[in-house]
Design a protein around this ligand. Structure first.
Ligand code: SF4
Length: 338
């Protein structure tokens, strides 16, 4: 089976955008690939270096989210990035293989640099070495586990291309050592926010989290953006510009034609329509909530899964690191150990 690496930064709870955008696919794929799931705490620290407690608290939260949606630790190796020293070693070694101008040319980095400058000033003081080098550490993440397949969203493609370049350059200089990860573009839809924003995001305040309780879900759905032209209950409306309808398509597929028809002919009031949707979402999240409840009351089990996953990941990364050291001729004392 081929190796696959996916993961998230532990900066907050996962939401239904994550579920449809990546988690659902990960659960399906874990039976067909050697799956490594990285909890990227070091990467989370690039933007949260002054708030390590936030990152630490979210490591376990993220693991619980994974387990609750059906990531199976007997098929997926869930591990903590900072506990794999080989990733840091590889990041240093790869830093000679990429120029600073190439890092700046990365379109995703470019967009983020522009955003940072807008927020924190043109001087560029907010652009840290760690931020700029993020694609280099991502190359280390991928190659440390001989990752052959990497499912990505289109915004991550430039980073993956940079990782491939680093692997190619390494192999060209030091001989065939690293696997070149191949991007598999996620075909899963990017879920829009409740406010109609193209992206559902932690920072945008428009998300339904996997752990949200019934009351919170109902409250959020009741505030979702609908067709503004519908004022009275029996006004006909256009479902295509309504976020409630958009979510009905995801959670209430079997009744979607009725929802559409009734909305268009004014036989459906928005309040009832929203209540129905909230019920559907609550029903959908029920098994996820049950699993979460179990893991929240068995935290020692969660920690054990993280510890065992991290140990397995360390073993794999050591194997790759030994190859790297040997081919870079920095495998001092290895003969003495034999
Ligand atoms: Fe949206 Fe439903 Fe209201 Fe139509 S009836 S505008 S689909 S909330």
């Amino acid at each position: 089976m081929k190796n696959i690496l996916t993961g998230d930064r532990p900066t907050g709870s996962l939401h239904i955008g994550h579920f449809f955008g990546s988690l659902k696919k990960r659960v399906e794929m874990q039976y067909d690939y050697n799956t490594y799931i990285i909890i990227a705490d070091v990467q989370a620290l690039t933007d949260n270096f002054e708030n390590p407690q936030k990152v630490r608290d979210n490591v376990r939260e993220l693991a619980i989210d994974y387990l609750s949606v059906g990531i199976d630790p007997s098929h997926s190796c869930i591990f903590i990035q900072s506990m794999i020293p080989q990733i840091a070693e590889l990041t240093v070694l790869y830093s000679n293989l990429v120029s600073v101008s190439r890092l700046y040319r990365n379109p995703t980095t470019k967009a983020e640099v522009a955003q940072k400058k807008k927020l924190f000033g043109e001087s560029g003081e907010s652009i840290t070495y760690g931020f700029l080098g993020y694609p280099v550490s991502q190359a280390a993440d991928l190659t440390a586990f001989d990752c052959e397949i990497c499912p990505v969203g289109d915004d991550q493609l430039p980073h993956l291309e940079q990782a491939r370049e680093i692997a190619r350059k390494f192999n060209h200089i030091y001989g065939e050592t690293l696997k070149e990860p191949e991007a598999v573009l996620s075909k899963m839809p990017r879920i829009k926010g409740l406010d109609g924003n193209e992206k559902m995001g932690k920072s945008l305040g428009n998300a339904i989290y996997l752990k949200d309780d019934e009351e919170t879900i109902t409250k959020k759905v009741m505030a979702a953006v609908t067709d503004p032209s519908k004022v009275k209950k029996d006004d006909p409306a256009n479902p295509d510009i309504c976020m409630v309808y958009y979510y009905h398509k995801l959670f209430n597929e079997e009744n979607i034609e009725t929802v559409c028809k009734e909305c268009k002919n004014g036989h459906r009031g928005c309040v009832q329509c929203k209540k129905e949707l909230a019920e559907r979402i609550i029903e959908f999240l029920k098994p996820i909530h049950e699993k979460r409840k179990y893991y929240e009351s068995h935290l020692e089990e969660v920690d054990k899964i993280l510890m065992e996953g991290t140990k397995k990941a360390q073993e794999k990364a050591s194997e790759v690191m030994a190859r790297v050291r040997k081919n870079m001729k920095i495998d001092y004392f290895d003969d003495a150990k034999k």
